[in-house]
Design a protein around this ligand. Structure first.
Ligand code: ZN
Length: 240
């Protein structure tokens, strides 16, 4: 190993020590961010195996989506919840991309997502993206898209306002407001395509539903599926 590559590898270990971001335990060297034990015990939803699942059912009342799934349940106080919040920390883009690959592998194996043609990450407002330095949904999208063998479309769907609060109000009001929150710059690039919208967490669904609305309104003949890293068990009414 040259001095330079040895230095680079030392620096790498310094920035990203081989510890699992979920349990904090040491993990064996490798490209995967999360340790084997945490993968084995993860609260997986298995929604990707079924066309009709609690998340699609929830969404069908709000927006016409083809498929919807999340990798994990978002459990209050759970270690996974903390590590999803850790996306805000330095170097966490690596974790986001790794989790994207993991999720993407399941989506590819299910067969339901075979006709997805492009992945679009839910955009942050440019000011927020600048503050945070990156958008974790973009790295999740990268991993998922690589496993599905499709591309990621960036900068086409844009967020014009910070707050999706208007999207949470009554459905009739929502339809009058959504197009002001998200906009599609070049709808012709997406015409007739099956788009997979990717975000980190699905709680009320307000943000991702607003994105889907904006795409369905602006892009002729497109179809939308939705994938998020985590979903709130509580919001789906599954926590009792
Ligand atoms: Zn672990």
């Amino acid at each position: 190993m040259s001095i330079l590559s040895s230095f680079a590898s030392d620096l790498w270990v310094l920035l990203f020590p081989p510890r699992c971001p979920v349990c904090g335990g040491l993990r064996s060297e490798g490209t995967r961010a999360v340790c084997t034990h945490c993968r084995m015990t993860a609260p997986l939803t298995h929604f990707w195996e079924e066309f009709d699942n609690p998340m699609t059912r929830r969404l069908w009342g709000l927006v016409p989506v083809v498929h919807a799934s999340a990798l994990l349940y978002f459990v209050e106080g759970g270690a996974w919840r903390e590590s999803i919040h850790a996306f805000k920390y330095r170097g966490a883009w690596l974790l986001a991309r790794d989790l994207g690959h993991w999720f993407g592998g399941y989506l590819a194996d299910s067969g339901l997502y075979d006709d997805v043609q492009v992945v679009i990450p839910v955009p942050l407002h440019w000011r927020k993206r600048m503050q945070r330095g990156y958008n974790q949904a973009e790295y999740l999208a990268e991993g998922v898209a690589a496993e599905l063998g499709v591309g990621v479309e960036r900068g086409n769907l844009v967020r014009r306002r910070h707050n999706p609060a208007q999207a949470r109000t009554a459905k009739s009001e929502r339809w009058t407001n959504v197009e002001e929150i998200f906009a599609v710059r070049r709808p012709e690039r997406l015409a007739g395509r099956h788009i997979l919208l990717m975000d980190d967490v699905f709680t009320t669904g307000a943000t991702i539903v607003s994105c889907a609305d904006a795409l369905l309104h602006s892009v002729p003949g497109c179809r939308i599926s939705i994938a998020t890293l985590a979903v709130s068990k509580h919001e789906l009414g599954l926590d009792h």
